[in-house]
Design a protein around this ligand. Structure first.
Ligand SMILES: *Cc1c(COP(=O)(O)O)cnc(C)c1O
Length: 376
């Protein structure tokens, strides 16, 4: 928690649940990544948190943007982004959205299939396109499954085809999974990309860009390697794959930019036990799975918690949200412990909760209001 957030929570005591996000920390994270990977252009993954104060600050810093829908593109433009600095990075786009993006001046598009390539050829003639490869997500706490990306063989054919249909075959991308703790995932993906670059250049298509996606981790309950560790691994792999002809590099961080800039402040609604002698207390907060904490699904993302009784004796807890849905449990198996003194009405803060929270909040499930937001 940044000093600015601590002061805001203390002085303002905002109604819970709410997200309080320090935009200065967003800037620090952006600068740290830019310093660690000076050869890469940063395209902030808007879906991590599309709030205007964040986008505006990033525009001021010279950031580019990775958008997944026309609506996200519109938010970037609204915040003052140059359409030339926006990548339409979703490989699954409505053609009407492609048309709107192209009309607005966006010229960089992702795809991973023949059907999408046809849409782009029709509705974004001459645009720069990059094909997303399916890569291993091992080591990621929030893997992106097999939903996106294609095999190397398919990518090769599609990039050749891109040229034939009048598009600019610009590069390749991948995403190693979100909250990726293992730099080997990037190294393996870069090696794959490097081979395909060579292969395509032998067939007359010279690619110019590698998009390394996002995935850079934030510290939750366990430590993660710092950004310099990932940067070193990435540059080592790039040099190995491309020698001194390193192509343009793009990174698309979401979590890394906003994650540790935000705190979700909540209130304890109830502490109870299922039986008198049950050692496990159930702690019900006024925010849960449907209030924005979607990444607790499968207990994948384990937020650090702060309570007014920290330092006191603790006992085991299960932690749940306030709705009547049985799936609205945050942690039951992750061995969370909270102070024995914790009681209804206490504040519990979830640290490093600036990413993928407001965007996941349901619009009033069970009558609970969507998450309130404070950008300071
Ligand atoms: C979600 C997403 C990102 C951001 O991922 P993080 O793990 O938050 O850094 C980047 N690129 C694409 C294409 C995405 O879908």
């Amino acid at each position: 928690m940044t000093p600015k957030i601590a002061r805001f929570l203390e002085d303002v005591r905002p109604a819970t649940p709410c997200l309080v996000l320090d935009v200065d920390r967003v800037e620090e994270n952006y600068r740290a990544l830019a310093a660690a990977l000076p050869l890469a252009r940063i395209y902030y993954a808007v879906k991590a948190n599309p709030a205007a104060p964040i986008l505006t600050r990033l525009v001021g810093l010279g950031s580019a943007f990775d958008a997944a829908s026309w609506e996200e593109i519109a938010m970037c433009l609204e915040a003052g982004a140059d359409p030339a600095d926006i990548s339409f990075g979703n490989t699954v786009k409505k053609e009407s959205a492609i048309v709107r993006a192209y009309d607005a001046g966006v010229r960089l598009f992702a795809f991973d299939s023949e059907g999408e390539l046809e849409k782009l050829a029709r509705s974004a003639p001459g645009a720069k396109v990059y094909c997303r490869l399916l890569v291993e997500n091992a080591g990621a706490d929030w893997p992106l499954s097999r939903k996106f990306g294609c095999s190397v063989e398919t990518a090769r054919e599609l990039m050749l085809r891109a040229k034939e249909v009048g598009l600019d075959p610009y590069g390749l991308s991948f995403h190693v999974g979100s909250q990726q703790r293992d730099s080997v995932a990037y190294e393996a993906a870069i090696a794959k990309v490097g081979m395909l670059f060579t292969d395509l250049s032998e067939r007359g298509v010279t690619l110019r860009m590698v998009n390394l996606g996002g995935g850079f981790p934030v510290r939750y309950t366990s430590e993660v390697p710092g950004i310099d560790h990932f940067a070193q691994a990435i540059m080592g792999a790039m040099t190995k794959a491309f020698g001194n002809a390193i192509p343009e590099m793009i990174v698309e961080p979401g979590r890394f930019i906003v994650g540790d800039a935000g705190v979700v402040s909540s209130e304890v609604v109830l502490v109870s036990r299922k039986a008198k002698d049950d050692p496990v207390r159930w702690v019900y907060l006024d925010i849960g799975r449907f209030g924005g904490l979607a990444e607790t699904e499968g207990e994948s993302i384990k937020y650090r918690l702060r309570t007014p009784h920290d330092g006191g004796r603790t006992g085991p807890v299960a932690i749940a949200g306030p709705t009547c849905d049985g799936a609205d449990i945050l942690y039951e198996r992750a061995n969370y412990r909270l102070p024995l003194a914790l009681k209804s009405g206490d504040r519990v803060d979830l640290l490093s909760a600036g990413a993928y929270v407001t965007t996941y909040a349901a619009q009033g499930f069970n009558g609970f209001q969507p998450l309130a937001e404070h950008y300071i």
